[in-house]
Design a protein around this ligand. Structure first.
Ligand SMILES: O=P(O)(O)OC[C@H]1O[C@@H](O)[C@H](O)[C@@H](O)[C@@H]1O
Length: 319
C-alpha cells in the first residue's frame, strides 16, 4: 500500500493575479513531447516516448542541467541516450529464472509510449510557481512483445514537477491484477557537468556497493568524496543518507534527494565504452556527464494485487 506520510501533494490552486506556467504539446507520433515553462524562464521537455525528460533548464532557462547525446534517437525506435530514461520493471540485464527474464536490459518503460495525463500548476507568484506533469503507462499500452514477456496488469503514473530550482520525479506503481509481481524501478538521470575529472560525489560514505566494472565484486564506500577517474558502474544499496551531492571543482552543483527509494547507481562509461555506443555523441561527451540513478534496484519490490508503491527524487540545481 502507499502508506507514506509525505506523499507528493497536489499543487495549489492558481491565483488570478500571477502569470502561470505554460504547457505545450508538440510534435506528432513518436516524437510527441510536452514542454513546460515557468514565468521566470525555467523549463522541462518530456518525450511521450519513454516519458523521457530530455531537457531541464534552470537559472531563468539559461542553464541546461541534463546531458543528452547529440546522436540520441528520439523517434521511438530505441531508448533515449541521455536525459532521464525510466528503468522498469527490471534494472540491467534481467536475471535468468525471474519473471522479468525475457525482457530487454532496463525493461520496457523507456521504450514504450506513455500517455500525457495532464498538468497541475501553482501560480502564487512568479518566484514560487511550479508545474506538475503526469504521464501514464498501463499494461494495455504495451507492445504485444513486452506484454507477452511480462504479462502482469499494472498501472504506472509518473509525475514530473518543475520548480524554479528543482525537478522532482515520482513514480507510482500499482498492481491492477490479482497476481503478485516483483519489480525494480530507477530514474536513469544523466546530469550535465563541466568536467568529469573534477566532479565528485558525496553522500555515500559507508554505503555498500556492487562494482560492475570489477566483476560484480562488493565493497563499501570508504571515502566521503567519490572522485571519478575512470569508467564507473556501481550499484550503491540501502543508503541511509537521503541526499547525495554532485560537486564541480569542490562547489556543490546538484543535490539529489531520494524519497522512499534506497539505492543509487553511479555510471560513467569513460572513453572506450562511450566510443562503442552508436548513439553516443560527441565522442568526448562522457567528460560532460555523470549518471546518478536513484531507484529501487538492490532487491525486488513485491506488490500484491491491488497494492501500490511510490518513490521519487528531487534534483536541485544549486547554481
Ligand atoms: O546502454 P543502456 O542500456 O542505456 O545502459 C547504460 C548503463 O546503465 C547503467 O544504469 C548500468 O549500470 C550500466 O551497466 C549500463 O551500461
Amino acid at each position: 500500500m502507499v502508506d507514506r506520510a509525505n506523499r507528493p501533494s497536489a499543487l495549489h490552486a492558481p491565483s488570478a493575479a500571477a502569470p502561470g506556467p505554460q504547457v505545450d504539446i508538440s510534435g506528432s507520433g513518436a516524437s510527441s513531447r510536452v514542454t513546460a515553462r515557468l514565468p521566470s524562464g525555467e523549463s522541462v521537455e518530456i518525450l511521450l516516448h519513454g516519458a523521457t525528460v530530455i531537457s531541464w533548464k534552470s537559472d531563468g532557462g539559461e542553464k541546461e542541467n541534463l546531458w543528452l547525446s547529440e546522436k540520441a534517437v528520439l523517434d521511438g525506435s530505441k531508448a533515449v541516450r541521455g536525459g532521464v530514461p525510466i528503468v522498469f520493471p527490471v534494472f540491467g540485464p534481467p536475471p535468468a529464472n525471474h519473471a522479468t527474464s525475457s525482457l530487454p536490459q532496463h525493461g520496457f518503460a523507456r521504450t514504450s509510449r506513455w500517455e500525457f495525463l495532464g498538468k497541475s500548476t501553482s501560480e502564487d507568484t512568479v518566484e514560487s510557481s511550479a508545474v506538475k506533469l503526469d504521464f501514464g503507462l498501463y499494461s494495455s499500452n504495451l507492445s504485444a512483445e513486452a506484454r507477452k514477456a511480462w504479462p502482469y496488469d499494472f498501472g504506472l503514473v509518473y509525475s514530473v514537477t518543475l520548480s524554479k530550482d528543482s525537478l522532482q520525479t515520482v513514480m507510482n506503481v500499482r498492481n491492477e491484477g490479482t497476481e503478485v509481481f516483483e519489480f525494480q524501478m530507477l530514474f536513469h538521470t544523466y546530469l550535465r557537468v563541466k568536467d568529469i575529472t573534477t566532479t565528485t560525489l558525496t553522500g555515500l560514505l559507508g554505503v555498500p556497493y556492487t562494482d560492475k566494472v570489477l566483476n560484480n565484486t562488493t565493497s563499501t564506500q570508504s571515502t566521503p568524496s567519490l572522485s571519478i577517474t575512470s569508467e564507473i558502474d556501481r550499484v550503491y544499496t540501502s543508503i541511509p543518507q537521503s541526499t547525495a551531492t554532485v560537486l564541480e571543482n569542490g562547489t556543490p552543483r546538484f543535490d539529489i534527494v531520494r524519497d522512499n527509494v534506497e539505492d543509487t547507481v553511479v555510471w560513467n562509461p569513460w572513453k572506450e565504452k562511450a566510443a562503442a555506443m552508436a548513439d553516443f555523441a560527441p565522442q568526448d561527451g562522457w567528460k560532460n556527464m555523470i549518471c546518478v540513478e536513484v531507484g529501487t534496484v538492490g532487491g525486488w519490490q513485491r506488490l500484491e494485487g491491488g497494492d501500490g508503491f511510490e518513490g521519487g527524487q528531487v534534483v536541485k540545481s544549486l547554481l
